[in-house]
Design a protein around this ligand. Structure first.
Ligand SMILES: Cc1ncc(COP(=O)(O)O)c(C=O)c1O
Length: 421
């Protein structure tokens, strides 16, 4: 059957009809592999395995498995599925989202170059850019990518090698008009020898709500730990891109070593990918209800959710956040502030942590369980205060990751905690 006609929803349940990694016709569920090293029939085959690894010109009909840190059957099956979901030609999986982000940036940039990023980023990505890359003489410039003037200025700098942002920023839920950025980057790139790459962390949106490669990005990154794995049991990361970039990423993974464990790859493939669209849609329906409830509540100062008309980029959200089936997908994440500042925020969150049945105080996101956190004190506490202020990640901003619980139970837990402040 032609795979082109199938929606990713069906592809994610049935997988590819054939794979170089496994004989699908004999298995309803792909087997879980667990061998760090592989038996080789001859020295010639061993040598062939090494010379064909990460070499697009030397790929045979069947992969030669050598050692888990190079390539591995379950991981390859996961990668084939992720590529379909993100509209890419290939995917390379990593042990975590940060493993994927660091390997991508270290592969694309060299000493003397610069990464230009949106000013609001996940805390550890911010730290990678501002604390670690400068040690290797790779500079970072954090700007407002939605400002033409700021982007044009950075693109005029011949050292700029990567433009980096999150499709829905953590935790402010800002969007970047990828099409506009891609057009400007192509114009700037045409005038120089070294390319400028667009790298988009698509973790918050997930491929069900956005496929940045379709809008002109060169690399999409996922923390598989979040919505794609979905149950809070696995860590993983992935980079999805065009085939020509696969060798470099695989070489980086081999040498930096952030490989995903085959057991995690299997769980994400079998349980996570097949249920992602369904979980996401359920979470999103509830998120819309919670966002509307919070927006109307007298003790709430403001709510940010792309599905609300009050979101400052609601029009852009309606254009970019679309499922592969064309539905508007505002996502599963909400940010909000209470009236009364940080003291009220702490009281509210502590009350939920103590008394709520359905809402858990914990980091991470995209899981079947609803999680609440305060980025200024937790996930983004490492970002210097003045930059946190600039991005409005103040100590009273609350981030909610909506799970699949019954929305009435979630609303009643929120209402009970709001009553007490
Ligand atoms: C937007 C975003 N990107 C990347 C990561 C890092 O993912 P991981 O924890 O799998 O390394 C996170 C973690 O919270 C995140 O929120």
């Amino acid at each position: 059957m032609s795979k082109k006609k199938l929606c990713p929803r069906s592809r994610s349940i049935h997988g590819p009809s054939s794979s170089k990694a496994w004989e699908f016709s004999h298995h309803l569920v792909p087997p879980m592999t667990a061998s760090t090293t592989f038996r080789l029939k001859s020295l010639k085959r061993g040598a062939q395995g090494f010379s064909s690894f990460a070499n697009l010109d030397a790929q045979g009909d069947e992969p030669i498995w050598i050692y888990d840190r190079l390539d591995e059957p379950t991981t390859l099956m996961l990668e084939e599925q992720l590529a379909v979901m993100e509209s890419g030609e290939c995917a390379v999986a990593f042990s975590t989202g940060m493993g994927a982000i660091s390997a991508t940036l270290m592969s694309l940039l060299g000493a003397g170059q610069k990464v230009v990023a949106h000013r609001t980023l996940y805390g550890c990505t911010d730290s990678l850019l501002t604390n670690w890359l400068p040690r290797y003489n790779i500079a970072s410039s954090l700007i407002n990518l939605n400002s033409d003037a700021e982007l044009d200025r950075e693109l005029a700098d011949p050292d700029t090698g990567v433009v980096y942002f999150e499709s829905l920023s953590n935790p402010m839920l800002e969007l970047i008009d990828i099409e506009r950025v891609a057009r400007k980057v192509r114009q700037a790139g045409a005038k120089r020898r070294k390319p400028i790459y667009i790298v988009v962390d698509n973790t918050f949106a997930t491929p069900w709500a956005m496929r940045p490669l379709e809008w002109g990005a060169d690399f999409t990154i996922q923390s598989l730990t979040k919505n794609i794995s979905g149950f809070g049991t696995e860590m993983g990361g992935a980079v999805i891109t065009r085939r020509q970039h696969e060798p470099l990423l695989k070489l980086a993974r081999k040498d930096f070593g952030a490989i995903i464990h085959p057991s995690s790859a299997w769980h994400i493939l079998v349980f996570g990918i097949s249920t992602q669209s369904m979980r996401f849609e359920q979470q999103q329906r509830t998120a819309q209800k919670i966002a509307s409830f919070l927006e109307k509540h007298p003790k709430v100062q403001g709510v940010t959710y792309p599905g609300l008309k009050s979101h400052p980029q609601h029009k852009l959200a309606r254009r970019l956040l679309r499922s592969p089936e064309g539905e508007f997908c505002p996502g599963t994440m909400i940010s909000f502030r209470l009236k009364g500042g940080p003291k009220k925020c702490e009281k509210f969150v502590d009350d939920l942590a103590k008394n709520s049945y359905t809402i858990t105080l914990a980091v991470s996101l995209g899981l079947v369980k609803t999680l609440i956190e305060v980025p200024g004190f937790m996930t983004h506490s490492g970002v210097p205060a003045e930059r946190r202020d600039e991005s409005q990640i103040d100590p009273s901003l609350i981030r909610l990751s909506v799970g699949i619980e019954n929305n009435k139970d979630l609303l009643s837990d929120l209402e009970a905690a709001l009553k007490k402040i």
